[in-house]
Design a protein. Structure first.
Length: 71
């Protein structure tokens, strides 16, 4: 997946996870709350992955630009 896709999927998973936790609290379901928390954490991790991919790409682009300047 690309960085943008990772970030969008992460935001969606985080939102769905939060919703599951809320519903779990309302219906008093520890299982649904736990599933929601896990999905929220997964979403946060996906967003970090997307941001990391962006940072690596930016660093590679800057390095390539510096190399091209020296040529």
């Amino acid at each position: 997946m690309g960085s943008t896709t990772d970030k969008i999927t992460g935001v969606a998973n985080e939102a769905i996870g939060n919703a599951k936790q809320g519903v779990g609290k309302v219906i008093n379901s520890d299982k649904l709350q736990a599933e929601g928390k896990m999905q929220e954490i997964k979403g946060e991790a996906q967003q970090v992955l997307g941001k990391t991919k962006d940072a690596v790409k930016d660093a590679a682009d800057k390095a390539a630009a510096e190399i091209n300047k020296k040529l």
